[in-house]
Each structure stands twice: as structure tokens, then as C-alpha cells.
Write a protein that binds this ligand. Sequence first.
Ligand code: NAI
Length: 330
Amino acid sequence: EKDPLIVLVTGAAGQIGYALLPMIARGAMLGQDQPVIIHMLDIEPNAETLKGVKMELMDGAFPLLKGVIATTDVIEACKGVDVAIMLGGFPRRKEDNKGLIYKNVAIYKAQASALEQHADTNCKVLVVANPANTNALILKEFAPSIPEENITSLTRLDHNRALNQISENLNVHVGDVTNVIIWGNHSSNLYPDANHATVNTGVGHNSVKELINDDHWLNTDFITNVQKRGQTIVKARRLSCAFSAASAVCDHMHDWILGTPKGTWVSMGVYSDGSYGIQPGLIYSFPVTCEKGEWSIVQGLKIDEFAREKMDALQKELIEEKLVAYSSLH
Ligand code: NAI
């Protein structure tokens, strides 16, 4: 049997945490043959809730779950961590963007220092809490010994939403749609790109662009449907999305650690290396393939003018967020 991996979930008493924890304990994230020890972190006002979640995890009697720690002590939570899922943060609904960035910079600074000192040096980190890309940058700033390529942010939910939009439009199974791209930032201006997406028709792979044959839809409603999906769900559920986000977290970590299927890429927020003209030093969402725990940015895709404009606008947005975040550090 494999040695257990220690998985940290911050903000574990929240909505996404509640959906994510049983998925991790059932092996949906790291595989059915990978035992796990879960460290749950939340803040003092939610300590009781966290205890309740721990009781449910224990009552799940999950064979893969070898231990659970529920704590409000960031150092205890970060000890020996191999995988860190950062859901904890100050909620967007209560702040404007600048205020949100300031509050979260303070949180991510503290948690990064704890990871720096107490986590495994090869710890893989996924930041989900918004503003996810910028929180991830701050985390790296204060956890300098964790390698750059180990710090990522979540755009997989947007990626999966884009796959679903295409599947509904073409009336094909979502599992047969691949290779959409979420470029740049997870924000209200996010850009899903279907220019390179394909559908497996059973006899081959056809281009989504040709099958849909309606650039107007791809450049308007397709984009806004993905951008507004979160709000549409809040309206219907009277709560924000939770298990779709949790499932996307599992997909992100699963594919990163266990690899993407041949011929398929996924979207991840990662450190730019200058690919597609995006300046290094930003965490930007790119199409990536993964193998043996390492991602690499898909190269050589042809970018049309429409996409270029969106990609540049998102770069600008991320540069501005970065400036705001760093201005609060000094
Ligand atoms: P939630 O508000 O239900 O849960 C957040 C939890 O974080 C709460 O239990 C809170 O007590 C905790 N928390 C706050 N400060 C903390 C700190 N300093 N340390 C540890 N825990 C702390 O929110 P929900 O719905 O679970 O969402 C979590 C985050 O994920 C939010 O920031 C949300 O905006 C973001 N999100 C990102 C998505 C993406 O695609 N990148 C998609 C959906 C949500």
C-alpha cells in the first residue's frame, strides 16, 4: 500500500469544503489507491462547524482516509503537507475588489509563511479563494522555497462550464468535448476560447468551430454564459456553486498529479514563462498538459485577433490586481 499523502484544505468549514472533503476521502482527487490524511483549517468563529464536519468525515468510514486533523492553528494545519487546497479567504460578496485583495493578501501572507516553514518542500498548491490568481502570487512571494511550478490557481470550473455549454449547444456528450481554453484570470471578464476545441464523433475528432458554424454565438453568448454561470446558479440555488467547484478542484489536482489523457489539455492558472506574449511573473491561466506531476503550457496554438484582445485585457487586469496586492505589502 502507498504511504498516505497529507492534504490540507483551508476554509474547510465552508461550502466548497463540505462538498470537497468526502470527494478527497473517496479517492476522487488522488486516485483509488492513494491513502490520505486530511488537515482541515478554518478560523475560530467556525471552529464548532469544523468539528461537525470532522465527525461526518469519521462517520464516512472511508477506507482511504487514514487520519483527520481539524484545527484553527495554521501551523498545525500546514505540518508535512503534500497537497494544499486553499479555499479559505475573505468573501467577495462583502467587499469591493480592492478591499478584497487587501484582506486576502494578509491571509495569504500568513498561510504562505506557515507552508514555507512546515509543509513538504515539494508541496503542490491550488488556490481557489478569490481573487485566486493574485492570492496565488502572494502565496509564492511568502513561500519562496516552494518551487514556482508548484503554485497554481483554479480555472478548471470555468473550463468545465465551457465544455458543458458546447455539449448543450451541439447536443453531444460532455465527455466527447475537449480542449477548450480558459485564458488569463478567473474574474467576471474571464475568456473561454473554443477555437481549438474538438468533439469526438466516434470516427474522429471534429472542430467545434466547424460543427457550431456560428462565430457570433462563440464570441457572445457562449462567453457570457460561462462568465455568468456562477450568478445564474446563485439565483436558482440561493447559494453559490459548491460541488461543481469541488469537483473541478479534484479534476485539477487529479490531472496535475496523475496526468492528462493523450491529446487532451486542461486549463490551469500557472506562472507565465512568456508563452503567448504573456509577461512572466503573473499567474495566468493557460492550456496545459500534465505528466508525472508536471504541467507544461501547450505551445504553438494559432491566436486570432478576437482572442488576442481578450488575452491582453486579462493580462492587464492581472497586472493591476498585482499592483494593488503588492502596494498593500509595503
Ligand atoms: P465560504 O464562505 O462558504 O467558505 C470559506 C471558508 O473560509 C469559511 O468557512 C471561512 O470561515 C474560511 N476562512 C476565512 N478566512 C480564513 C482564514 N484566514 N483561514 C482559514 N479559513 C478561512 O466560501 P466557499 O463557497 O466555500 O468558497 C471558497 C472560496 O472559493 C471563495 O473565495 C470563493 O470566491 C472561491 N471560489 C473560487 C472559484 C474559482 O473558480 N476559482 C469558484 C468558486 C468559488
